[in-house]
Ligand binder design. Structure first.
Ligand code: T46
Length: 139
């Protein structure tokens, strides 16, 4: 599967750095929610997909390993504060592993929090992926 990289604008001077992301410039949707994952103790997170939600994930500090799975193929990405962000489309299974203690992830989301949008069982995710493929083939 292809991973779409999101390149934040970075401006730096002797006072420090600025990292800038803007809706419809380097983020391909209206941003309705921002949350951060921090204070991590190296326990893996994620293990779900979203039915509709689109997100951009940016590592602001430290590092971690992200697994993205379309149901047909998997990709692993090492993220750190120097790397680009990643776009995570709807219907992509995600897992986050190997957090450094100082890891901070910022996530920009296309919608408000809705638990009903989560698919938290991998078997259910695969069933929905296969249903979509079948309906596309018979359309
Ligand atoms: C995702 C990855 C990258 C809320 O009440 N509001 C929120 O906006 C969020 C994000 C979570 N929650 C609740 C839902 C759970 O009861 O906070 C609890 C922990 O969430 P979760 O176990 O889903 O956290 P992660 O780190 O596994 O996943 C999060 C996002 O939930 C998810 O959308 O893509 O980060």
């Amino acid at each position: 599967m292809e991973v779409t990289r999101i390149e934040p604008q970075r401006i730096g001077d002797s006072r420090g750095g600025l990292l800038i992301v803007e809706a419809h410039k380097n983020v391909p949707f209206d941003i309705k929610r921002v949350y951060c994952i921090h204070g991590l103790n190296n326990m893996s997170r994620g293990f779900h997909a979203h039915k509709e939600l689109k997100q951009v994930m940016i590592c602001l500090s430290g590092s971690c390993r992200v697994v993205l799975d379309s149901g047909l193929s998997r990709k692993e990405i090492i993220m750190n504060w120097k790397s680009d962000g990643i776009f995570i489309d709807k219907m992509i299974w995600r897992e986050m592993h190997d957090f450094s203690n100082d890891c901070v992830l910022m996530i920009l989301a296309s919608d408000w929090y809705r638990e009903s949008d989560y698919i938290r069982a991998y078997e259910e995710f695969i069933v929905i992926v296969n249903e979509k493929i079948t309906s596309e083939m018979t359309a």
